[in-house]
Design a binder for this molecule. Structure first.
Ligand SMILES: Cc1cc2nc3c(=O)[nH]c(=O)nc-3n(C[C@H](O)[C@H](O)[C@H](O)COP(=O)(O)OP(=O)(O)OC[C@H]3O[C@@H](n4cnc5c(N)ncnc54)[C@H](O)[C@@H]3O)c2cc1C
Length: 381
């Protein structure tokens, strides 16, 4: 076992963090308040190469291995205060780009991947529906093949990036009686008649990441919009969710490191009863717990990245990592808020926002309960 980072890995992480500090953390308080997505920051990430991480060089990316990817995302979380922006990037990279890389036709790859990498296109993954969330394959959206086209009808909810997206990866059933085997995925451009996007949905956290409903009403798309094989939607969804679960919280390890650093600083500087609050054991213990969570989260994440890079099975580890990182993020951001006292509750201190952002991680990409179900299955329960 070797837990040391190479010189190049250290250098790479420092470069990513510096980039994120310099270009991605402007006025996050204001944009969070207004629910504003930053297209400018998105473009800057593209120029830097973030969106291209999972994409082969031939299509404008860098095809980074899993370990490099988790290091990049961790470093991004350390430098970038805009968790919503990072969440939007993740939503595109793992749930849209990766399935196109893995299952797309050569034409679909050449058409979409270069523009997703260079930031000129934004993609949204539309699976959840009003009546099907955790039970994703109970979806009601239908696709009917007719005269060289598919006709889609139905509606999607909670689609991250939808208000600004140019491309949608939509799941629909071709034949409900066939269950999983009836589901297919479609790449649909925003301007296709019959597809419309609802008003932005306001949410508790990740407010700089836009979200909306997506409606399909007699939405006709040519057959070459089908992604992968007819009826392979469920398998593709499982494949991409396993990757999304693995990477989507890598950045929160960086965020937790940032929260820990500033909590330590604050606990040293803030005095009450004539001494630094860090000298009170209850405050120090909170910070100790933050440190412990950071280290365990990082170990799980790096091990997962290593397993993936080595081509080993990572199904159990991806669920454990998603489960643990989300719970650590929630608890550590709450602990940071307690350390900052009343100031932590005020927006300008940028502590309360992490709490609101963290709660979402218990829900998206499979709720905590669903991750536990997966782990239990792996344990033979
Ligand atoms: C910030 C955010 C971004 C999102 N982005 C997207 C997106 O881009 N695209 C997309 O398609 N969806 C997206 N979602 C939707 C997300 O995938 C769903 O919210 C999630 O799958 C849960 O579905 P639900 O909200 O319908 O809850 P439900 O499935 O109705 O669950 C309600 C409660 O019941 C529990 N529960 C349900 N089934 C079980 C079970 N079998 N065992 C134990 N407990 C269970 C759940 O854990 C939860 O506590 C996003 C959600 C959030 C919060």
């Amino acid at each position: 076992m070797d837990f040391s980072k190479t010189h190049d890995q250290e250098l790479y992480q420092n470069t990513v963090t510096e980039f994120a500090r310099t270009f991605l953390s402007d006025d996050v308080v204001g944009r969070d308040h207004d629910g504003m997505f930053s297209r400018d920051a998105w473009k800057k990430c593209a120029e830097f190469g973030i969106q291209g991480l999972p994409v082969p060089e031939k299509y404008g990316g860098t095809a980074a291995d899993a370990l490099t990817t988790v290091l990049a995302m961790e470093a991004l979380g350390l430098g970038c205060r805009d968790n919503g922006l990072i969440f939007s990037l993740n939503a595109q990279m793992w749930a849209c780009e990766s399935p196109i890389v893995r299952f797309g036709s050569p034409e679909q790859k050449s058409c979409y991947l270069p523009r997703l990498c260079d930031g000129s296109l934004i993609a949204s993954h539309a699976m959840s529906e009003p009546e099907s969330g955790s039970d994703a394959f109970a979806l009601q959206t239908t696709a009917v093949e007719s005269g060289g086209e598919y006709v889609l009808n139905g509606s999607k909810i909670f689609a991250t990036n939808a208000p600004v997206a140019d491309l949608f990866l939509v799941f629909a059933t071709l034949d409900r009686s066939r269950g999983f085997a009836g589901v297919s995925a479609f790449l649909i451009e925003r301007n296709v008649p019959g597809l419309s996007v609802g008003s932005p949905i306001h949410k508790m956290g990740l407010r700089t990441s836009p979200m909306a409903e997506v409606f399909m009403q007699d939405c006709r798309v040519p057959v070459d919009c089908l992604l992968g094989k007819h009826g392979a939607g469920a398998a593709m969804f499982h494949w991409s969710m396993e990757r999304e679960r693995s990477f989507i919280l890598a950045s929160v390890v960086g965020t937790m490191a940032w929260d820990l650093e500033r909590s330590i600083r604050y606990a040293r500087e803030r005095s009450q009863f004539g001494q630094a609050i860090g000298k009170f054991q209850s405050v120090a213990n909170r910070i100790v717990n933050m440190k412990l969570r950071l280290e365990t989260a990082r170990l799980l994440l790096y091990r997962l990245g290593w397993l993936m890079t080595e081509g080993q099975n990572f199904s159990l580890e991806s669920a454990l990592t998603k489960l643990h990182l989300s719970e650590c993020f929630v608890q550590s951001s709450l602990d940071a808020l307690q350390v900052f006292g009343g100031y932590g509750y005020m927006s300008e201190y940028e502590v309360e926002r992490d709490v609101r952002d963290a709660i979402g991680s218990l829900l998206y990409s499979g709720t905590t309960d669903m991750q536990k179900n997966l782990v239990a299955r792996h344990l033979g329960l």
